[in-house]
Design a protein around this ligand. Structure first.
Ligand code: SAM
Length: 292
């Protein structure tokens, strides 16, 4: 553990600090976040009104610059110029960790491209809290953020998750929750789900059920507050079955040629085909003789 003062990048100008802020409970601000917010020249905020409330609460008076999705190109260049002139900047998002489902990611990229030191005061991330408390496997998970709104892109994204075996995490706004639950059910079938609502707030709640049950619940009640969705991945056994099914749609010869065209020797390809289909190499050899 290092004492707060000894972080080599702190206290110097020209540094971009990503500062995580609470996702609901002001008590979750870190000492380091407060120190950085106090010392920087400028605070770049996704929602200046929200950040002003936070700064006022901790009695910090700062110069605020708005930096959000629709001005990120123009303001990004402005902030980079300020950093190059030696100013230190703290970037905060609406809530939680900047760069997770907000334009922070673009500013980080721009700063790195311009050789600017980027560091962080870490803190709350709704996705991490959600998956850890979901009761679903948290050893391996995949963060999907918000699904695309465009119908086609959304369908393609969900389709691409059909064979995902890790727990999937999604962010969703309450008025779109039912729509998203139905889309997930239609494409991926019934699975275990955990809905984390209003994390760290007074009415924090976990709804652990199946997709079907969650859909039914929100048919009779309208979702309120902020939600993180955790969805069970495809069972490894079912994944094997799915793969087996798709191999059985092509002949053994086509299957073999598929591997050979990828650069495998005939011997290696035969071994792989046998493994994929749950057959012995002799079976594969005999089938090839029969097919020809
Ligand atoms: N940067 C944030 C983070 O670190 O988690 C996420 C920002 S994203 C624009 C907002 C989404 O995060 C919400 O729509 C919701 O899905 C999720 N979220 C944020 N705060 C939450 C909370 N207290 N409880 C549940 N979900 C939350």
């Amino acid at each position: 553990m290092e004492p707060m003062e000894l972080n080599s990048t702190e206290g110097k100008s020209g540094v971009l600090y990503l500062v995580a802020t609470p996702i609901g409970n002001l008590g979750d601000i870190t000492l380091r976040a407060l120190k950085i917010l106090e010392e920087v020249d400028v605070v770049a905020a996704e929602d200046t009104r929200q950040t002003l409330k936070l700064l006022n609460h901790f009695e910090l008076k700062k110069t605020l610059v708005s930096y959000y999705e629709h001005n990120k190109v123009e303001k990004g260049n402005y902030l980079i110029r300020q950093l190059m002139e030696g100013k230190s900047i703290a970037l905060v998002s609406d809530a939680g960790t900047p760069g997770i489902s907000d334009p922070g990611e673009d500013l980080v990229k721009l700063a790195i491209e311009n050789g600017i030191t980027v560091t962080m005061a870490p803190g709350a991330v709704a996705a991490v809290m959600g998956v850890v408390l979901s009761g679903l496997p948290a050893g391996r998970f995949v963060f999907e953020g918000f699904l695309p709104m465009n119908k086609r892109a959304r369908r393609e994204r969900i389709e691409s998750l059909k064979k995902e075996t890790r727990t999937m995490i999604f962010y969703e706004a309450p008025h779109k929750l039912s729509y998203t639950l139905k889309d997930l059910f239609e494409a991926l079938g019934n699975r275990k789900i955990a809905l984390a609502r209003e994390l760290t707030k007074k009415y924090e709640e976990f709804i652990r059920c199946t997709l079907e049950e969650a859909i039914a619940r929100y048919e009779s009640e309208s979702p309120k507050g902020e939600f993180v969705i955790m969805l069970e991945g495809l069972e490894e056994g079912l994944l094997k079955e799915e793969k087996m099914k798709s191999w059985n749609e092509i002949s053994i010869e086509e299957h073999l040629q598929n591997y050979i065209s990828q650069g495998m020797s005939k011997k290696e390809a035969m071994k792989k085909v046998a493994e994929d289909r749950g057959l012995s190499k002799r079976d594969v050899y005999n089938s090839l003789l029969n097919e020809s």
